[in-house]
Write a protein that binds this ligand. Structure first.
Ligand code: FPP
Length: 254
């Protein structure tokens, strides 16, 4: 099917995901396969970020979460880490007008306070400038680790108990999720991982309990509109049962 046919088809089916989360993998391998330095893969990856963000906005998706830099990524060679941080600053600076034009609201999950000054300030500026936009929520997971997020939530909850603001007996799944970084957003409906790896890599562990997972061998720099439509179409053909049987789901939607 052509790109346009795919788009028409997914819009006709409807039932689009509200929240798409993506593990953007394969920048390095994409570059090396073209005999380019790894950073060239990250640069091309930015073009995918731009195209996927615009398209999600146009499709009316509410939330797009991109795994941009994990807590574990600090272990990469220092040259690569600084190049990614530089790219992040440049990208926010150059893309902000486009985000404003497309009514995109920028958000971050992760320990932003531990980022170097420049990227941290750039992100804070971007978040402030786009705060009143009402279209797509673009969440960048930066210095993010899901286990750390859960521990941070536990500490916040315990502090609230100590202060007398809540009580241990009040703790339910619904209350706990309000302590997570993603508090304001629905759980992802689909999680996409590019580049042929079958791992979750410490991403949104709490939030993906009932998320549909889609793996593709396409590396992130080659993941564009067409590949996004294919992932959405695949999602639309799945039956989500949330632990129930198919018949119950049919009854609840009719
Ligand atoms: C994974 O490819 C990619 C990353 C760890 C970094 C992603 C960063 C960007 C696309 C640039 C900044 C993004 C934004 C949103 C401003 P990899 O290096 O792990 O690839 P490999 O598995 O082939 O080595």
């Amino acid at each position: 099917m052509t790109e346009q046919e795919l788009k028409t088809k997914i819009l006709k089916i409807g039932n689009l995901p509200r929240h798409i989360a993506i593990i953007m993998d394969g920048n390095g391998r994409w570059a090396l396969s073209k005999k380019l330095p790894r950073i060239a893969g990250h640069r091309e990856g930015i073009n995918s970020v731009r195209e996927i963000t615009r398209e999600c906005g146009e499709l009316g998706i509410e939330v797009l979460t991109l795994y941009t830099f994990s807590k574990e990524n600090w272990k990469r060679p220092i040259m690569e880490v600084s190049a990614i941080m530089k790219l992040l600053v440049e990208t926010i600076r150059t893309e902000i007008d486009d985000l404003m034009k497309n009514n995109v609201r920028l958000n971050v999950i992760g320990r932003l306070d531990e980022l170097p000054d420049k990227p941290r300030k750039e992100m804070e500026t971007g978040i402030k400038r786009t705060a009143s936009n009402t279209g797509l929520n673009l969440i960048l997971a930066l210095n993010y680790g899901a286990r750390t997020e859960i521990l941070d939530a536990v500490v916040k909850f315990c502090k609230d108990v100590e202060n007398g603001d809540t009580h241990y007996e009040n703790l339910t799944e619904e209350l706990f999720q309000t302590y997570l970084y993603t508090n304001d957003f629905p759980d992802p409906d689909i999680l996409i991982r590019t580049s042929g790896e079958y791992r979750i890599s410490n991403f949104l562990l709490w939030q993906i309990a009932y998320t549909e997972i889609y793996f593709t061998s396409t590396p992130w720099p080659a993941f564009r509109k067409k590949q996004l439509y294919e992932a959405i179409l695949n999602y639309q053909t799945r039956e989500r049962r949330f632990g129930m049987v198919g018949e119950q789901m049919k009854r609840s939607t009719t």
